[in-house]
Design a protein around this ligand. Structure first.
Ligand code: ZN
Length: 254
């Protein structure tokens, strides 16, 4: 089974489209799964939700999906305003069937799920929607990392930080460049894998990020794809409720 891993789309339709085109053209996957944060920050939340509902086998609930659907918790002012604007875009729908279908989809996003040896959460195994596992935690927060890994039997897939890479239970963190973009699982080594963000990368590389898990080969490949960042920035700048910073940061990938 080959599974494309996408995460943290954040209403960035241009990035989502190029990632799906790249997957379709080059990766011959059996399915696509989404690790959460379809919504929030970006200018096209409704279109992104429609596409994920159509193309992904399932999606997790991210903190920004939760924020738009229920209530924004622990958000800064710009993120909170973006969450309310995002919700309003769904409320603008006049077609009652389309609106109901979208709310139904968003309301059934999974908080936590498993398949084979993989636990899947947006944030962390301790706090699936909201807790970050940052690369620097591997050095600075050994107790946190131990407690996180206590909840991982073998392998875990996460999103949320928008930084691609792999955590091992040493603990350590390896960005994709450290292993030439292909991580190989070893039976006796637990790991947590983050495929990075489709719509708002934060590792100083503005290109969209995603992964492909191959369970037979025991590998995850990390991929980057360039997209038309400028036109997304323009859309964000044109929407008063979305802070200009949400566009500007896309240019630098931070
Ligand atoms: Zn996110």
């Amino acid at each position: 089974m080959r599974t494309a891993l996408i995460s943290d789309i954040h209403g960035n339709l241009e990035a989502l489209r190029v990632v799906l085109d790249d997957i379709d053209a080059k990766r011959s996957v059996d399915r696509i799964i989404c690790l959460g944060d379809i919504l929030g920050y970006g200018p096209d939340p409704v279109a992104c939700a429609e596409i994920v509902a159509d193309r992904c086998e399932w999606s997790l609930m991210g903190n920004h999906d939760y924020g738009a659907l229920y209530e924004p918790t622990n958000f800064n002012a710009a993120a909170e305003q973006a969450a309310y604007w995002t919700r309003a875009q769904f409320e603008l729908e006049h077609d009652a069937d389309a609106a109901a279908r979208r709310w139904e989809f968003l309301g059934h996003l999974k908080v936590r799920t498993t398949f084979n040896d993989f636990l899947c959460v947006h944030g962390s195994p301790r706090r699936p929607i909201n807790e970050y596992i940052f690369p620097e935690d591997a050095i600075n927060s050994p107790v946190k990392m131990r407690q996180v890994f206590e909840r991982v039997k073998k392998y875990c897939l996460v999103g949320h930080t928008h930084v691609p890479g792999v955590f091992t239970d040493e603990p350590d963190f390896y960005p994709p460049g450290d292993f030439e973009d292909t991580w190989t699982f070893e039976d006796d080594c637990r790991c947590i894998i983050n495929p990075g963000s489709v719509g708002q990368p934060r590792d100083l590389d503005p290109r969209a990020s995603y992964g492909v898990l191959d369970e037979e080969k025991c590998t995850v490949d990390f991929h980057r794809v360039a997209y038309d960042v400028e036109s997304v920035v323009k859309k964000i700048h044109a929407i008063p409720e979305l802070s200009n910073w949400l566009g500007d940061r896309l240019l630098e990938g931070r």
